[in-house]
Design a protein around this ligand. Structure first.
Ligand SMILES: Cc1ncc(C[n+]2csc(CCOP(=O)(O)OP(=O)(O)O)c2C)c(N)n1
Ligand SMILES: [Mg+2]
Length: 583
């Protein structure tokens, strides 16, 4: 049965329909205004879990042809809205009921906040007529959501509903994008007002272009720096993909022969093997380059707050004015749209790179490329390890070998997923998804649903830790129900291993295994319970074949598969051993 087919809906007569139609022509309810404004903003899908406070939005969505994806936990709805924004480049939308609907979604919205993902969260609220009287599920949502959104407000009247949805959308795209929150009291949502009195901003007429190229004098300066540099390097972060500046970003690397490094959603901007794609020599580049340009990623813990960069000239480009020059000094900063800025720099530098400089850069890139190859060689014994229990590096290697050109790779877990980042190289832009700076476990299932819905022709693979899988996996049923099955791989060490390492190191064997051990769960059976394919893998030689079977079975049954790979709990990622994330 189609997910949207209503069950037991009361039969309506032709007369009822006629009456409804003529009334609809004159009046409109708040829920229908929400849907109209969402449609105007280009939102074609909402992620939601139902509640009495929000049902009129669903009715409006039916009229507007907006897809309603109903999940089993609001955290998943929020992650899915974030994932859908990441995959489509448009505003994502999550709709939750009042109270616990909102609190359950908080992690997803917070994740979008730290990842600068444009998500509109619409939440229900008790009727204004019951304001502060102790209505069902009443909470101070706006106060709760304000610190983790760019804008949070209550819609005060039905007439303003669409207006405030468009206002929230505008705020979501202000500077670096991010989540926004709108609370709609039940009576505001349900009330019908005269259509003529409702404020509905015209599509395409209520917000300006975000493609600002920054100060033209600074564009010239960056072009000069790059043209005159002998050892330049550029790091592209999440924003480059979020703002869809990826083509301009690769064009600049190619035009000026600059080695590129990529993090977050920018991984996959260039395919592995591309002469301008680098990933194992970032610290060499940070130590030896003469000019470094950082685009669209803050100097946060992932960058050692910028302290690990030692370079004569550091340039920072970001969509958020507050990020540029934060945590460390820079030589030049520019604020605007990464694509617009990089295209302008490319244009300003065009034809100015002298042959001797190009020669020097080729030597520089060759040196880095040799170091990349040496670093890969060094990892090979781990990548090819035949150990039993299976070494998590072997899983990471096999996953990378398995990826197809169109596979979207999602990482959701602690140590096993950190390790996978050393091996997995997505083949195309937009095919890498991670939780970002919030480091939230549990993103995987929502991201997988969103990735599938936004890209019906792509394969989706999510690699989970066993701890993470347990957090949100029940919505695998939602993925199946909406026809977007995916391949789930669990790196199962029966522990919250990334945390366990630090505990063992600090408190020893006796007190270190506390609060971090999980049961041995054969997660393959979970897929079977939902009508899909499941398999347990204990032999490293079986990983590749198991993954292929999962691919075939997902295609055949249209149900998600789970390959549960039992990995060695005694192996950890180097970053975990150094506790880099806390330094
Ligand atoms: C929602 C959430 N809770 C707790 C943490 C802290 N944390 C970081 S890694 C980790 C362990 C994850 O275990 P698992 O997914 O099994 O991966 P493993 O480290 O075992 O490979 C935990 C609990 C977190 N980042 N997010
Ligand atoms: Mg684990």
């Amino acid at each position: 049965m189609n997910a949207a087919t209503p069950v037991n809906s009361p039969a309506s007569t032709a007369e009822d329909t006629l009456k409804r139609k003529s009334r609809d022509a004159e009046v409109v309810s708040g829920g229908h205004l929400v849907a109209r404004a969402l449609k105007n903003e280009g939102v074609d899908t909402i992620f939601t879990l139902c509640g009495g406070h929000i049902i009129d939005i669903y009715d409006g969505c039916i009229d507007e042809g907006i897809r309603i994806v109903d999940v089993r936990h609001e955290q998943v709805a929020a992650h899915a809205a974030d994932g859908y924004a990441r995959q489509t480049g448009r505003l994502g939308c999550v709709v939750t009921t009042a109270g616990p609907g909102c609190t359950n979604a908080v992690t997803g919205i917070a994740t979008a906040f730290r990842s600068e993902s444009p998500v509109l969260h619409i939440g229900g609220q008790g009727a204004l007529t019951q304001h502060k009287m102790g209505s069902l599920q009443d909470l101070p949502h706006v106060d709760m959501m304000s610190p983790i959104t760019k804008f949070a407000a209550t819609v005060p009247s039905t007439e303003r509903v669409a207006d405030m949805v468009s206002m929230a959308a505008r705020e979501a795209f202000n500077g670096a994008p991010g989540p926004v929150y709108l609370e709609i009291p039940r009576d505001v949502l349900d009330r019908e007002v005269e259509r003529a009195k409702a404020i509905v901003p015209k599509p395409g007429h209520y917000r300006a272009s975000t493609r600002s190229p920054g100060d033209p004098r600074d564009i010239e300066k960056i072009a000069d720096l790059l043209v005159n540099s002998e050892r330049p390097a550029i790091l592209y972060g999440q924003q480059v993909w979020t703002a869809r500046g990826h083509e301009e970003a690769s064009a600049l690397l190619r035009a000026l022969d600059i080695p590129g490094y990529f993090n977050g959603g920018s991984r996959g901007l260039l395919p592995p093997g591309d002469p301008h794609h680098f990933d194992r020599t970032r610290s060499n580049a940070f130590a030896e380059a003469d000019v470094i340009v950082i685009v669209g990623t803050p100097f946060d813990f992932r960058m050692g707050y910028g302290k690990r960069i030692d370079v004569p000239t550091l340039v920072q480009i970001d969509m958020d004015y507050r990020t540029v020059g934060k945590n460390r000094d820079i030589d030049l900063g520019i604020v605007g749209h990464p694509g617009a800025i990089l295209a302008a720099v490319c244009q300003a530098a065009s034809g100015r790179l002298k042959n001797d400089k190009r020669e020097k850069r080729r030597e520089w890139m060759k040196r880095l490329m040799d170091a990349e190859a040496a670093a890969t060689e060094k990892l090979m014994p781990l990548f090819k390890s035949n150990n039993q229990p299976i070494h998590p590096y072997r899983v990471a290697y096999e996953l990378n070998e398995f990826l197809a050109d169109n596979t979207i790779y999602i990482g959701d877990g602690g140590d096993v997923v950190t390790i996978s980042a050393q091996a997995v190289r997505p083949r195309r832009p937009g095919q890498w998804m991670d939780p970002g700076a919030l480091g939230s476990l549990g993103v995987g299932t929502g991201f997988a649903i969103a990735a599938g819905l936004a890209n019906p022709d792509k394969e989706v693979l999510c690699y989970y830790g066993d701890g993470s899988f347990g957090m949100t996996a029940f919505d695998m049923e939602t993925a199946n129900r909406f026809g977007v099955p995916y391949i789930a791989v669990v790196g199962n060490n029966s522990a919250m291993n990334q945390i366990r390492y630090g505990q063992l190191a600090k408190y020893g064997e006796e007190r270190g295994n506390v609060g971090n051990l999980l049961g041995n769960v054969p997660f393959g059976k979970f897929a079977e319970m939902l009508g899909g394919y499941g398999e347990e893998v204990r032999d490293p030689a079986q990983i590749a074949a198991a993954l292929r079977r999962a691919r075939e079975e997902v295609a055949r049954t249209r149900r998600s598969a789970v390959i549960n790979i039992w990995v060695d709990p005694r192996e950890y990622a180097p970053g975990t051993k150094n506790q880099t994330m806390y330094k």
